[in-house]
Design a protein. Structure first.
Ligand code: SF4
Length: 312
């Protein structure tokens, strides 16, 4: 763990492992999500019609979705990062919705199209725990065998089955652990997504989340503070006074609680959720990510806390 931060940061990990930064080019390949169909009542309560797609990938005007081709998204993403940051190394990141939600042959076609040209260091695929199986894992392993780092990002969100139910996630903790094991057994990297601050989540539920993350064998974690996004089912609950998003002070306490209980070797890729301003309902007074890092690290260091110091 670097001296400067009380957690295992992603930038230090990249620096130590490669000696340079790898930039993620996020693409939306037009996938949907098995949790957004009518039988599942329209998806996770916090999810909007863009399913984590960036605005340059897919935009929604309230009645229709505009989708940019993968080639265009890659071209725009790489050009922007090269020009703005002098980026030289890239990871292709299938980011929006559930990026294994198709038959294996279709997935191969889509991944191959994105990986065209010898310009990638890594492939990152984000998906749901109930949307991956042996055949899909074998396909992803074939890219590792071709020399790419391959990481699967699995959404856990919470280690409490009750909270998962309230989120309308459509899977439970055991489903997540089974899929995590498939990914790890194949030698692929695993990153876990978590959301902190959902209504009903107390220390007991957060401790469950830490425990599940530790048991999953994940190398990476993303922490997100609950955001209430315009037009979601959670927004409707918020308007009725049934849901709130944690404010800065509450979220600092939750992030600190979780970080202290996860393994010290897990790399922290993200600490807050960043919803575009026009869509964010709450919390409205949250700082940007650099300021948040200062606030959280200042708090943890002032108390002598660090990642994993309460990990059993
Ligand atoms: S799994 Fe992801 S894309 Fe599907 S409804 Fe939930 S948040 Fe949205």
């Amino acid at each position: 763990m670097p001296e400067s931060l009380p957690w295992n940061s992603y930038s230090s990990y990249l620096e130590e492992k490669y000696g340079y930064r790898i930039w993620r080019v996020g693409v939306d390949a037009g996938f949907s999500c098995p949790n957004r169909n009518a039988q599942r009542h329209g998806g996770c309560v916090f999810c909007d019609a863009l399913g984590a797609a960036a605005a340059y990938q897919r935009s929604f005007d309230g009645s229709s979705v505009r989708f940019q081709s993968i080639k265009d998204q890659i071209e725009r993403g790489r050009t922007f990062m090269k020009r703005r940051y002098g980026a030289e190394h890239f990871a292709l990141y299938f980011q929006a919705f559930s990026n294994t939600f198709a038959p294996v042959d279709n997935l191969r076609e889509i991944y191959d199209a994105g990986l065209e040209g010898n310009v990638w260091d890594a492939l990152i695929v984000s998906t749901r725990p109930d949307c991956i199986d042996e055949n899909k894992v074998a396909l992803l392993s074939s890219y590792r065998d071709r020399g790419l780092e391959v990481c699967v990002e699995l959404g856990l969100q919470s280690g409490s089955d009750e909270i998962l139910k309230a989120m309308n996630r459509g899977h439970d903790v055991s489903c997540f652990l089974r899929s995590a094991q498939l990914v790890r057994n194949a030698g692929l990297e695993l990153s876990v997504h978590t959301i902190l601050g959902f209504p009903g989540e107390g220390e007991e539920e957060l401790a469950l989340t830490a425990d599940v993350v530790n048991r999953s064998g994940a190398q990476f974690i993303k922490l997100h503070n609950l955001n209430i996004v315009e037009g979601t089912a959670l927004h409707a609950q918020y308007l009725k006074g049934e849901a709130q998003a944690p404010d800065l002070q509450e979220y600092v306490a939750k992030a600190c609680f979780l970080l202290r209980r996860i393994r010290a070797d897990i790399v922290v890729e993200r600490l807050i959720c960043e919803t575009p301003d026009g869509k964010l309902v709450a919390p409205r007074d949250f700082p940007d990510k650099n300021t948040f890092v200062k606030v959280l690290s200042g708090y943890m260091m002032s108390k002598g806390f660090h990642q994993g110091d309460l990990c059993i």
